[in-house]
Design a protein around this ligand. Structure first.
Ligand SMILES: [Zn+2]
Ligand SMILES: [Zn+2]
Length: 297
């Protein structure tokens, strides 16, 4: 069963109005900038990952590169799931200013957009889940295998290449009013570069070599960004296409156990759509939910 919007063109989607305001900012200039930024933050980590794997024949990796990659991946994925998602998008728990700033910086290091951009798109996703206006639904294409694959590609990564910018006055007004987090948001690219610099410096200092620094940059920086993008993108794509639906929500959201650890609990996605403002995503004892453990801590 598809929610195919046959009669709704992309142009009408672009101009869709919510509470008297357009849901995205209509600006060719801004759209071009965001399109280029999205392409760069996908293609560069993707290419470096291919190069890093190719170089494994010449540059062996050891415990240092693995630890840098996994620790940076864990920190930035928690920044996205606990910070950008559960706290900033849904206000699912209370946090003081230092914690808010740390969560916003860690989430920014994931290179998936600044906190206002991320929250704006995510609140759009909840407002219009699997309906026209949802920025990354996989269920708005033609029926059949071709439409299914188009939906998978669109929801996984291609939606970011459109460069659409959510109307933050409509979807993220609370963050715009937060002067500290707005400042963190303005410095988004600084945090992305910091997320690349930290593993580079650690790799260089521990090995006392430039090759060690380069390995730190590749595995703790770019490969880690690529993996983090795939994990969060999989909840947008696969967790609206395939999996269990214990709750009969008014959308196509699903739970996927195999993604639970990597996504810090975001893949209990049907649970989340049923109770979007809950700090808890895993409701059963066996539903591993690192995001909840981290937010309680
Ligand atoms: Zn969803
Ligand atoms: Zn959500």
């Amino acid at each position: 069963m598809s929610t195919q919007p046959d009669n709704i063109s992309q142009e009408k989607l672009l101009l869709r109005v919510h509470q008297g305001q357009k849901i995205i900012i209509v600006s060719d200039y801004l759209q071009t900038i965001y399109r280029r930024l999205a392409l760069a933050t996908f293609l560069i980590p993707c290419l470096v990952t291919v190069v890093a794997i190719g170089l494994l024949w010449y540059l062996k990796i050891g415990w240092l590169e693995v630890c840098l990659m996994l620790s940076m991946l864990a920190l930035t994925t928690l920044g996205i799931e606990v910070g950008f998602h559960r706290y900033f998008s849904h206000r699912a728990f209370q946090a003081n200013t230092p914690v808010r700033v740390i969560l916003a910086i860690l989430g920014s290091m994931a290179a998936q957009g600044g906190v206002i951009y991320w929250v704006g798109h995510h609140r759009r996703h909840h407002q219009y889940t699997d309906q026209p206006g949802d920025p990354h639904s996989p269920n708005l294409h033609e029926k059949g295998i071709v439409g299914w694959l188009q939906g998978l590609w669109h929801s996984h990564i291609a939606w970011t290449f459109a460069g659409k910018v959510p109307n933050s006055v409509l979807f993220a007004k609370d963050i715009l009013r937060d002067s500290v987090i707005s400042k963190v948001n303005q410095l988004y690219l600084v945090w992305v570069f910091l997320g690349l610099a930290i593993p580079t410096v650690i790799g260089g200092v521990i090995t006392e070599t430039w090759i060690g620094a380069l390995q730190g940059l590749m595995w703790g920086g770019f490969v880690r960004i690529f993996l983090g993008q795939q994990i969060i993108s999989a909840t947008n794509s696969i967790c609206h296409l395939y999996g269990d639906r214990p709750f009969n929500t008014n959308d196509r959201s699903t739970n996927n156990i195999w993604l639970a650890i990597f996504s810090c609990g975001q893949s209990w996605h049907n649970n989340h759509h049923a109770f979007p403002n809950s700090a808890v995503a895993g409701w059963e004892w066996w539903q591993i939910d690192i995001g909840t453990w981290a937010s309680v801590f």
